[in-house]
Ligand binder design. Structure first.
Ligand code: SF4
Ligand code: SF4
Length: 232
């Protein structure tokens, strides 16, 4: 029988992480105690085109959508592979909002699973920042009842004194609070203000669903040469 790691390699998954999410999944999937996270980096030139806080480009939006489609396809394949082996699996959609009004959320937090896998941490902006790839990524999750060899969870943010995303956010949506595991998302940033701004400012570029300024100014973004900890 082919191993899960072997299958991931076969379908081109380079960056992945495993976590235990027992008690953290929606009630209808409560028997799925493990999560598999996959990470895909955005193109460096496309990220570079966004400058430091210049806002999204049409090419960025095109790649954002293409990666979401690839992640959905990949997670579907992983789920089918696991079910072929007799396990149960749910691919969580890469970008899907299931709640209305003020509380803008997906069915399950990709970011939470990713931090529990030890693959990275959450910045003050609420972005997931991958240990090696930085914030310029898209990611997906497959929930499963297959027992996985999980990573060491990361429970603290690593922003330190940096406030670049806080001061550059045009919606003033980011509070400037350092993340730690269990912190409510609304203590970090106001998802409604962020979403409203994207709709107002970038409907012509990304149908109101992308902005990326907080990502492009982040010193953990691997396209910035000065590296981590740059101050404003
Ligand atoms: S995506 Fe844009 S509006 Fe939303 S928090 Fe980041 S910088 Fe602010
Ligand atoms: S820009 Fe600075 S404060 Fe914001 S997420 Fe990146 S490191 Fe953290």
């Amino acid at each position: 029988m082919k191993s899960l790691d072997g299958f991931l390699k076969q379908i081109g998954v380079v960056h992945s992480g495993y976590s235990k999410v027992e008690g953290l999944v929606p009630e209808n999937w409560r028997d799925l105690h493990y999560a598999l996270s996959v990470f895909y980096p955005l193109s460096k030139p496309i990220l570079r085109d966004m400058g430091r806080g210049d806002g999204p480009t049409k090419t960025y939006f095109a790649q954002y959508r293409a990666l979401n489609a690839l992640i959905n396809q990949t997670c579907l394949q992983i789920g089918m592979f696991l079910e072929e082996q007799g396990f149960e699996a749910v691919p969580v959609p890469a970008s899907q909002t299931v709640s209305d009004g003020l509380d803008i959320r997906g069915i399950f937090s990709h970011r939470m699973a990713a931090t529990l896998s030890g693959s990275g941490w959450i910045g003050k902006s609420g972005m997931f920042i991958h240990n090696n790839l930085g914030p310029g990524i898209r990611m997906g999750t497959v929930l499963t009842n297959k027992v996985l060899e999980v990573g060491e969870p990361i429970r603290e943010g690593r922003c330190g004194n940096c406030r670049l995303c806080v001061v550059h956010c045009p919606a003033m949506a980011i509070e400037g609070v350092e993340w730690h595991a269990g912190l409510e998302r609304n203590r970090l940033y106001d998802a409604k203000s962020c979403s409203d701004y994207m709709k107002e400012a970038y409907m012509h570029i990304g149908r109101g669903s992308v902005c990326g300024i907080c990502m492009s100014v982040c010193p953990y973004n691997r396209i910035h040469e000065k590296g981590k900890g740059e101050s404003i």
